[in-house]
Design a protein around this ligand. Structure first.
Ligand code: IPM
Ligand code: MG
Length: 413
């Protein structure tokens, strides 16, 4: 009798295990199908859009959550000023896009509500304030990050993040892969049992090639002689290994550019090593390492609030502040003291991306003067500093100065 019972229990356990394995198999099969489908799309993608050929460029502005609406407002004002002529002649339209807020996203349980996505796709380039990413334990449902979703839906595969600290000789351009790695499957992990959770990461040949090539092409175009690749291919052998192999193959096509490779752990150390940090110029990394390194780099530059970020694809491009929604500032009533530098820097990247290089340079110079050199006003995030609005006005004044370039050049001596 007992033996019979034992046998039944054993069978039941086996059946449970079988069901669990089937569940995981189905899950993985779906992921594989999705990724193979994505690869097919990548194979068919067209070349980069040519903005100089467009009758009208539509710039969508997305306020976002938390301090987003506050800082985005200032960047909007600066763009309106810089693009006055183009807006008047109809060559450029600034269009505010509503509905990409955490409240709206939670309502429809989507990272980007469908109607918002339709609006986004009518634009050519986007300027985006930070959007709130729900995480475990907060009051929001577990929806995917709007950033990550937008990068994927609009196929913004290159996350380009410049970091410059002139007095330390730092001039870095990060090319972070933006649509793959741990992120592409980041919200598609599986709780296999109560005791076992699995996450996945994916790297593709097409996805790696396009980001690595973008980094090398940037170096070539700007006569930069050094590119560094970051992986952890000694441990994450399959996916990082593939990324590194492809990088080595592409590097061979650019014999004039010196290419080295670093594991991400030692790279985090070398970025703060005074003897080394000057030598890095273009840094190419898979998604997650690029995410981490660019926050560190932003901090070296003066805080993540000072860094801007470009998300570039062949058809669309989105420019954003590198930091989050700063909910603590909202809770403490400090939104008006939020630093708009990062989103204004993103606006400068946007201008240069649509080939308005002179305007972009002017804005960069004004930002340099206000944030790094002259520093007549300072934002501290609190009432100890000026408000974001005052700082934006300071940038505006500096921009209007007919001697802007002269002034900037003096600081370079
Ligand atoms: C960034 C951010 C995002 C990311 C978050 C908000 C999902 O940290 O843009 O670097 O991890 O990519
Ligand atoms: Mg980040």
């Amino acid at each position: 009798m007992n033996m019979e019972l034992n046998g039944m229990v054993e069978m039941e356990e086996k059946y449970e295990m079988y069901k669990t394995i089937q569940k995981v198999k189905d899950h993985v099969a779906n992921l594989v199908m999705e990724q193979l489908d994505r690869i097919e799309h990548m194979k068919q993608e067209l070349d980069f859009i040519d903005y100089t050929n467009l009758k009208k460029i539509i710039i969508g502005i997305i306020p976002g959550d938390g301090i987003g609406p506050e800082i985005t407002k200032h960047a909007h004002m600066i763009l309106e000023f810089l693009l006055e002529e183009e807006i008047k002649s109809g060559a450029i339209e600034l269009r505010e896009i509503e509905g990409l807020t955490i409240e709206e996203r939670a309502k429809v349980m989507k990272a980007i509500p469908d109607d918002v996505l339709v609006e986004l796709k009518k634009c050519h380039v986007l300027l985006k304030g930070p959007t709130m990413t729900p995480r475990k334990g907060d009051k929001w449902p577990n929806i995917e990050s709007a950033n990550v979703a937008m990068r994927r839906y609009l196929d913004l595969f290159a996350n380009v993040r410049p970091v410059r600290v002139p007095h330390l000789g730092i001039d870095w351009m990060f090319f972070r892969e933006n649509t793959e790695g741990a992120y592409v499957l980041g919200s598609k992990g599986i709780n296999v049992t109560e005791d076992l959770a699995l996450d996945f990461t994916a790297v593709t040949k097409q996805g790696s090639e396009r980001i690595i090539r973008a980094g090398f092409e940037y170096a070539k175009k700007n006569r930069i002689k050094k590119v560094s690749i970051v992986t952890k291919a000694n441990v994450i052998k399959t996916t990082d290994g593939m990324f590194l192999n492809i990088a080595e193959r592409i590097a061979a096509e650019y014999p004039d550019i010196e290419c080295d490779d670093w594991y991400v752990d030692i790279m985090t150390a070398k970025l703060i090593d005074p003897a080394r940090q000057k030598q890095f110029r273009v840094i190419i990394a898979p998604n997650l390492y690029g995410d981490i390194l660019t926050d560190q780099a932003g901090q070296i530059q003066g805080g993540v609030g000072t860094a801007g970020s470009a998300n570039i694809g062949k058809r669309y491009a989105m420019f954003e502040a590198i930091h989050g929604t700063a909910d603590k500032m909202i809770a403490e009533g400090r939104a008006k003291y939020a630093d708009p530098s990062s989103i204004i820097k993103a606006a400068a990247l946007l201008l240069s991306h649509i080939e308005l290089n002179i305007k972009a340079q002017k804005l960069e110079m004004a930002l340099d003067i206000c944030s790094t050199y002259e520093k007549r006003l300072k934002v501290t995030g609190r009432s100890t500093g000026v408000t974001g609005e005052d700082f934006a006005k300071y940038i505006m004044e500096t921009l209007k100065d007919p001697k802007l370039e002269e002034k900037w050049k003096k600081y370079q001596e």
